[in-house]
Write a protein that binds this ligand. Sequence first.
Ligand code: M6R
Length: 614
Amino acid sequence: MCGIDGYAGKRKAAAILAQGLIDLAYRGYDSAGIATIEGPRIEIFKREGNNSPEELYKRVSGLTLAGTVGIGHNRWATHGAPSVRNAHPHLSQGKRVAVVHNGIIDNFKALRAELEHEENASFRSDTDSEVLAYLIERELNFGALSLEDAVHTALAHVEGAYAIGVICTDYPDQIVAARNSSDLIIGVGEGELFLTSDEAALPTEANLKAAMKDGDIVTLFQNGQFHIRGHSEEDKKRRLEKVCIMPGQSRLGNHAHFMLKEILEQPEALRNALRGRIDLAHETVRLGCFTPEVTRQFRTCDRVVIIGCGTSYYSGLAGKLYIERFARVPVDVALASEYHYSDPIFTGREVVLSISQSGTTADTLNAMRLAQKHGVLCLGITNRVGSTLAREDDGGVYLHAGPEKAVASTKAFTSQVAVLALIAMKIAQIHGQRIDHALLRGLDALPSQLELVLRHQEQIKALAARYKKAARFVCFGRGYAMPLALEGALKLTEIPYFDAHGYAGGELKHGPLALIERGVPAIAIVPKGPHQEKMISNVREVVARKGEVIALVTEGDQALNGIATEVIELPEAPEEFISILAVPVFQLLSYYLGLERECNVDRPRNLAKSVTVE
Ligand code: M6R
């Protein structure tokens, strides 16, 4: 949660920082603020509310601020309500130091009490972060320390997770940044430096980047040079990499919202996820992470464990079905946020797959670390190159879906499911099973078929207008369609704020049917295949109770005509994959319902894209 940025160079910092916060807004957006060094003072501007980064931009663009060094922050509240008072940057007691912070300072109460008692400190916010500014200033007051030394000494008192950016009036040409468990990246341009929580938010002027590591303290100088504490110039050069986000890739372009842009990007995203990984001629799957050692571990393992949160957990449920069907290896799927509590049993014969679009979800990282502590091989599936997950896993598969900025995960989900199908096929190969040619072709055809599904936009838009006032939504499917019904319900919950639930079709009669009454829309995934007859019975049960069914069926199938209120056709595909084609229907419906209900579709209330706190 929260996004940090910073600028040190020759240009005026304020507007650059505010633009950076707009690009980082998906990480948190309940308030935003920037601080720049203006002569002998630190000037701070803050705004509150969902559009705070944009409002901040408007405000500072109209001012004549000359400062060329500064820091910025988008907040997603943890300690203290969302308000201007709690927005970052936070000033120290003497107003010499300003700090932005992402993470949680576990011992802030003790530190606050100590500062109040010993330094007579009086705090201005309810946040845990503010103590950092006070601690750093206290170190500066003690003696002739550099800003870097003061940050270093102050952090020795701190327990918890952090990425911070610090400026100080005594050192007007510097930003000091530090990281422990929260991402922070330095962007390098011509004679200027940027600091950001996410590479995708770097401006086009940054052509090189250096990812900070846990424990790093880095000083960024206004002349474009930076220094990593305790590291040589050679180490620093080794860290520099090309920025791999294409200019414009993470901007809105002609689209009204990121969510719609990313839904429509799915065919391309899926093509990128599958590219070079399916060899139709040899009926095989190629995945670079299957080194001889990884292959050996999969050959001898007797269980795969998949961990993830939210949408990534639901893709894991689909992955379980693929791995068990294709490779006949048992799979457990665990919510990463619950993994520790289950006191998991490790036998030494399991392999873990951790799934996270962002690669920064604290729960998923912690679950993976727990398994690694027990010597378990953990492969990561992530969209973010160089993310914490990618750095800490024991190998992994990138989705290559391109930056996903809307809070609702869309293209990453379909790519995750496709990648899990690939992994399942690879494990099947390792276990000596032949992969059916029709299945490989079916997977390969999904990107083009998604294009066909996306043509239903107008039909789905009309449905949104019809059901915008529905009391609730019920989504259901059987077999491969079941996890996708759960994911569909999550989309309807987080974007248009519906009370929406996903169920296995067979479970309806065990409780959820009680939710059905006149006019309640139920979305049923009913492709041709082994479960079709039973699903049709479920649809009849809903209709008999006066519910209205939107049925997602195989193209040309008329079995539900005259029974369902609305039928949406999905292209013919193998039973294993056709339900993936249902996913954009839920996504588009959620998007248009969100618009109908005047919700902020890219930044739904109370949520953030990267959940870096437990
Ligand atoms: O980045 P991750 O995949 O680890 O994120 C996990 C969840 O926070 C995420 O999928 C969340 O549920 C989305 N908002 C769903 O659209």
